[in-house]
Ligand binder design. Sequence first.
Ligand code: 1CP
Length: 349
Amino acid sequence: MQLKNDLLIRAAKGEAVERTPVWLMRQAGRILPEYRAVRESLSGFKELVETPELAAEVTIQPVDILDVDAAIIFSDILVVPEAMGCTYEMIEKRGPIFPNTVRNEQDLRKLRVADPHEHLHYVLDAIKITKKALNSRVPLIGFAGAPWTILAYMVEGSGSKTFSHARGMLYTNPKLAHQLLRMITDTTISYLQAQVEAGANLIQVFDSWAGILSPAHYREFALPYISEICNAIRNVPVTVFAKGAFFALEDFSKLNCETIGLDWNMEIDKARQQVGPNKTLQGNMDPCLLYSSFDSIQHETIKMLKEFGPHRHIANLGHGVYPDTDPEKVKCFVQTVKEYGTVVGEAKS
Ligand code: 1CP
């Protein structure tokens, strides 16, 4: 069915848009009291992720409440290691813990390349239910973690400032790292293809820990696998968001994807030069702007929109919205993007 609001898809493909589309990474989640109400009635985060009807409900909340131009399926990048046999627990206020890490060949042998229809059916069901309930109002974004970021969690066993075990493996056992990346990539490709078949209108690949690698390691252990994923997803636009990977922007210009996500460390004009004219840029406001006054949010958001220009831009933050952000401030960011585009559009016509 034709989307009623397809601004995101048109902007991703570089087609003309009346105004810049806007959504927020991590828009479905703890910033909304409506989300917390659903979450508190359950045993934990995983129950929410694994119950398709509820995952669909919290996916749609930000579309209703924040008026964003896209929904992103409520799930987590960590469902992929889980499907491969490396289970995680989500500890309240601390984040994920993997009781069994992957540190040697013996650990690797316990893993499998997952079949999304068998091991991740709950995500595919959530996508189908969300699509039905959205009734084509806005596009639905599907996602997965990039292979390096997923390896980082599987080897480290939790979040970390340094990911020293994961990064260490690239020096001490690069062969094992490549074998694990191969299995993650194969799982991710069939998982993302299944998300598209289930109805996802755009795919975003999150390389959240790109910025901790040296450029040489990024080119050896991250880029080739991202490139394979981009080549394999061909019916919908693909966004690659590699947090902190300013050193790889020129490499990204060669990827078979439509959009590159920028974080707030990246300068917009330099990023545009490095990525070239044929890709859309997404981002890149510092999430901390949303702690400031309404006036300041409007001012900085307009400044950002002017810097990106009206074409080939999807407005977003430079990383996920922080959980203690006031939803009213998020609404201010969204409305500023929407009104700015409309004013500019009217002035032109
Ligand atoms: O109790 C809770 O509600 C847990 C908080 C939470 C939420 C709401 C986690 C734990 N994950 C999520 C949902 C989630 N995760 C989404 C939902 C859709 C949306 O964006 O609205 C998405 C896209 C993710 C992706 C994700 N999970 C990433 C990539 C994006 C990023 O922020 O860099 C990463 C790195 C994760 C791992 C993860 N999941 C949760 C936490 C606390 C973490 C980070 C752990 C760490 O410190 O390393």
